[in-house]
Design a protein around this ligand. Structure first.
Ligand code: ZN
Length: 166
């Protein structure tokens, strides 16, 4: 287990397509564990494998209810829309306004390569879309409406309050 270095905006690897995972190996298992540790350490709600330099279709998400591991994830259904602030561990200190579906249903494989379905609204729906985009080389900055803005400590507190209330 260990922390991995998070690649930042401008690094080519963030714009590449990731390959499917065919089988779970000890090496990939360690990668997933490291991704969870790295996400928690950076206080992020999600992290995709390319963000730590690995072009595999793996994401981890934690919206405060424990880590969710998604391997070869696919969105199978979306409904409605939500517009709100979004940030990315690869774009530190910035936020931008992005419109995402209000509800998302996805399928993925777990650590044992067993298929499961997951449905999310609000932050979870946003996180699933954001992280899956990373697997296709899409960083949220290309989807931002208007300009990116700097995160101040005050904003961060507001942001946390918002999600605590929900
Ligand atoms: Zn991101």
């Amino acid at each position: 287990m260990g922390l991995r270095q998070i690649r930042t905006w401008g690094d080519d690897i963030l714009e590449k397509n990731c390959r499917e995972v065919k089988e779970m190996t000890p090496r990939l298992r360690t990668l997933v564990e490291d991704m969870i540790e790295t996400m928690n350490d950076a206080q992020g709600v999600g992290l995709a494998a390319p963000q730590v330099g690995v072009l595999r279709r793996i994401v981890v998400i934690d919206v405060g209810e424990g880590p969710i591991v998604m391997i070869n994830p696919r969105i199978i259904e979306t409904e409605g829309e939500q517009t709100g602030s979004e940030g990315c561990l690869s774009v530190p200190g910035k936020f931008g306004t992005v419109t995402r579906p209000a509800r998302v249903k996805a399928v993925a494989l777990d650590m044992d390569m067993q298929e499961f379905e997951i449905e999310g609204t609000e932050l979870l729906a946003r996180a699933i879309c954001h992280e899956l985009d990373h697997l296709d080389g899409v960083v949220y900055t290309t989807l931002v409406e208007g300009e990116l803005y700097d995160v101040t400590e005050e904003d961060e507190e507001d942001f946390e309050d918002e999600y605590e209330e929900e």
